[in-house]
Design a protein around this ligand. Structure first.
Ligand code: GLA
Length: 326
């Protein structure tokens, strides 16, 4: 029998390192944050799915309901209420959190068996691709679904395998500072970067840039794009090692190196983001970098115990992933 009422929560995510690697089937190191989206759903007569806190024709609501139906889930008529304590458009993946929470609530109301993590993430990714036009990878959805308290996740996007990594920062904190420029993935250069990577892989004769040995023979700027992806994959494993050996100075240097690569080789930074990075450095950060899709959004920075993150920065801690609350 279908439950009459259900609540689902899905967190946003921070990405410690491994940016613009997911759709190149590379490595990333995200974690779910404490803040997220809660969806309460109640069965209603008739087949319609209506919403409070969201327009009835919101692309995520429409998209999640129809992708679930296409996957064979008999989404019943219902009313959903959406609440969030995640800042929107700030690079913490409020949209992935919304679609994951909606998918959990609607499939729960349908009485369907829970989807496996990778399947649920791909379903929510299809919603991004088909209903918002943003050709995102799987980073945000997987981080929201798989999050664990106290741990980040090293995700290998080619194998679709993940390994928890203790995020023991010994009194240091990670904080996210909004640059104040809203990010619009679909309208920004995000899809252009994906296209450049596709083109580079084609010219190199590989299925994805994960398999690219070296991009130095490619025409500019494709050579720089490939260099970013390859060096960023290496930085993910170097960050895992730095965490395992509690070498937080090394972790800070890797964040800085990631930022330089995203700014100079991948060219996804903007002046407001550069100012936010500078502000974090002035406040004593050991390292700071643009986080997420770029062209605005947030910066993530590592602060030692004696430093105070700048005003307005949000301290982020690894928290449990998406779940049904009742
Ligand atoms: C956005 C996308 C992700 C990922 C990052 C960049 O957050 O949604 O899939 O590509 O940008 O690492």
């Amino acid at each position: 029998m279908n439950p009459l009422r259900i609540r689902a929560f899905a967190p946003g995510r921070a990405n410690l390192i491994g940016e613009h690697t997911d759709y190149n089937l590379g490595l990333c190191l995200p974690f779910a944050v404490e803040q997220g989206v809660t969806v309460t759903g109640e069965l209603r007569d008739g087949g319609a799915v209506s919403a409070r806190g969201l327009a009835d024709d919101d692309p995520y609501l429409v998209g999640v309901a129809s992708e679930l139906r296409a996957a064979g889930v008999d989404v019943p008529g219902c009313a959903v209420q959406v609440e969030s304590d995640l800042p929107r458009e700030a690079g913490l993946s409020s949209s992935a959190a919304l679609s994951v929470a909606l998918a959990l609530a609607l499939s729960g109301l349908a009485g369907a068996d829970p989807l496996a993590a990778a399947e649920l993430a791909k379903l929510c990714q299809r919603v991004e691709h088909r209903y918002t036009g943003a050709e995102t990878g799987l980073l945000d959805q997987l981080a929201s679904i798989l999050g664990e308290e106290g741990r980040a996740l090293r995700i290998d996007m080619r194998a679709l395998e993940w390994t928890p990594v203790e995020l023991d920062l010994g009194g240091h904190v990670l904080a996210v500072l909004d640059s104040g420029t809203p990010r619009s993935l679909a309208e920004s250069g995000y899809n252009d970067r994906r296209e450049e990577c596709r083109r580079a892989a084609e010219l190199l004769g590989v299925d994805s840039l994960r398999d690219a040995g070296d991009g130095s023979g490619l025409p500019a700027p494709l050579d720089r794009r490939v260099r970013h992806v390859l060096t960023e994959n290496d930085r993910v494993d170097a960050a895992v090692e730095a965490l395992e050996s509690r070498d937080l100075a090394a972790l800070g240097e890797l964040l800085d190196a990631s930022h330089r690569s995203l700014r100079d080789d991948y060219e996804v930074s903007v002046p407001e983001v550069e100012r936010a990075v500078e502000e974090c450095r002035r406040a004593g950060a050991l390292g700071a970098r643009i986080m997420g899709g770029g062209f605005g959004g947030s910066v993530v920075a590592l602060f030692p115990p004696e430093a105070d993150p700048p005003g307005g920065a949000l301290v982020v801690r690894p928290a449990q992933g998406a779940r049904l609350l009742c």
